[in-house]
Design a protein around this ligand. Sequence first.
Ligand code: CP
Length: 319
Amino acid sequence: MKRHLISAADLSREEAVLVLDTAAELASVAGRPIRKLPTLRGRTVVNLFYEDSTRTRTSFEAAAKRLSADVINFSAKGSSVAKGESLKDTALTLEAMGSDAIVIRHGASGAPHRLAGWVTGSVINAGDGTHEHPTQALLDAFTIRQRLGSGDQHGADQRGTALDGVRVTIVGDILHSRVARSNVLLLSTLGAEVALVAPPTLIPHAVSSWPCKVSYDLDAELGKSDVVMMLRVQHERMTAAYFPSIREYSRRYGLDAGRMALLPEHAIVMHPGPMNRGVEIAAEVADSPRSTIVAQVANGVTVRMAVLYLMLGGAGESL
Ligand code: CP
């Protein structure tokens, strides 16, 4: 693995499969009476969060602790950031306390890339603006492989395999979604066929250079999908009116039970969370047996353990 994980594009197919396989090994540790491994004893992981988070921050903390690393949780709220301290000075201050890796979430796209130029340890992007969220894409890929496998391997032991031929439809606010961009990059690296579905106003201009197709008709895509990934409408990032009303958006691009019935029998429904229930996804869909939303959260811990283990040099030791 490279020193930093800034973009899903940083991972070759072999490296991405190695993360998924390592996570599969670590998932078996979760079933042991003592779930903690000594692998990263003496190492320090800093969670540097400038934006709110429930899943990502807590799962990185749990992952680091299960590998016996020390964890420093830093939230910009209540810190000297409020007095005007810069990202660089904040990071150098935390690194002076002995951090080996900084996990950063920031509202500015590119902040983790800048940080990687200032510190000597590893930098892991936990979400930067509307740019990328690579560990979310890794846990999504892990969940897809766990539930479906690659197109010709349904239900078999998936270790060593990628996602060749799996058809993934990502639906919703693509424009503001770092999850969508990282998933398009990673899933295509792993051989999946990705389709994006959204109103034209919520598709980024640069999408023509992305390795995926674009559709504006959700109903036309559902029957061809092995996976449908619903995205949150990110009201907090919207600076204009991108659709006439929530009701209209939900009618055309929301996943309710009627639409879910258009999916093939084996297909799964994903959402990175947090959800707007009743907007992009109906409660009956989110809570249905096809939904992997809770599994995605659980897999987030093992996948982030795998990332820390591989990046901080635990790879030489047996699990
Ligand atoms: N999926 C995700 O990044 O969730 P949080 O914002 O809660 O971390």
